[in-house]
Design a protein around this ligand. Sequence first.
Ligand code: MRU
Length: 354
Amino acid sequence: MLPTIDWVDNEVVMVDQRKLPTREVYVRCKTATEVARAIKTMVIRGAPAIGVAAAMGIALEMRRSKATGTKQFTTEFQKACELLAGTRPTAVNLFWAIDRMRRVFSDTAHAGASVGELQARLAVEARAIHDEDVASCRAMGAHGATVVPNPARILTHCNAGALATAGYGTALGVIRGAVDAGIPVTVLADETRPFLQGARLTAWELVKDGIDTTVITDNMAGALMRQGLINFVVVGADRIAANGDVANKIGTYTVAILAREHGIPFYVAAPLSTIDLATADGAQIPIEERPIREVTHVGTTQVTPDGASIRNPAFDVTPHGLVSGIITERGIARAPYQASLRAFFAAPDAAPRP
Ligand code: MRU
C-alpha cells in the first residue's frame, strides 16, 4: 500500500506529490500551519487525502497545545479548524473531515472531558477517518468491479488513486478491484494538464502495481474512443451535488461528453464523504482558481508568452445526465441521483454527516 499520509511519532508524514514520479521525498509536518501549507501547495492533493490531512493537522496542533483549561483549548481548536478550512474550496471531503472533528470535540467537551482527554479523542478520530477511507476505497473497488467490462480498456482522468486517498483509491480502486476480480485490464491515463496528476501520479501508481498503463495527452481521448480503444471510463470526484452533478478535475466534463458521443459508460467513484447533499446542484459548487504559473510553465520551462491572459480553473462540473453511475462504498447509485444518493445516507451504517 502506498504511503500517502501517516501519523508517525506525533508528526504527519506525507509523500511529496509535487516531486513524483522522479523523486520519492517525504514531508514531515509538526503543526496545523505546516499541514495547511502542504495542502495549499499540493504536497498532498486529492479530495479524500486532503480531508484526512486536515483532520490529522487539527489533531496534531491540539496535541502540542499548552492550554491549561478547556476555554483556551477550545479557542485554539476553532483557530486550527478555520486555518485548515481555508486551504482549498472545492473538495467537500475537507469540510466533511473538519466538521467531523468539530462534532467529536463538542461531544467530548460536553461530557466534561479534560484537555488531555480531548487531545486523545481528536487523535483517535483523525486516525479513524484515515482507516475508514481505506475501507471505503476497498468497498468501492469491489462494487465497481461488477460493472467493468471483460476485457477492459479503461480511461481515467487526473489521479483518483492511493495518492488521492488514505490508500487504494476511488477510481483506481475500481481498476484495482477489477484486476483483483481477474478481469484483464489496460488503462489509458490522461496526462491531466496543467498539474499532470495523470502522467506523474496515476501512471506511477499503476506501473508500480504492474497494471498495463499508457499515458496519453488530454486531447487524444476522442480519437482513441473513435478507434474503439476505450470501453469504460472511471474518474473520481471532489464534490457531488444532491442531484448527482459531479465536480472533478478540469477536463472531466470533456471526457464525459466524449464518452456519451461514443456510447462508452462513464462512471464516477467516490465515498459518501464526497457527496454534499446540502449543495443542490453543480452550479453551486465553488471552483478553485489556481496560480497561473501552473499553466504558464511546465516544470521550470515557460510555455506561454509574457502578456497573454491565463485562466486556471482547477475543476469542472459534469452534469448528472452524463453519468452512468456513481460507485460508492454502499453500492452503485443510478439516476435519478436525487433519490439514490439520499437513500445511501438513510441506510443505518452510512458515513456520519455534518
Ligand atoms: O487538484 P487535485 O489534484 O486535488 O484534484 C484531484 C481530483 O480532481 C481527483 O480526481 C479527486 O479529488 C478525486 S480523488 C479520489
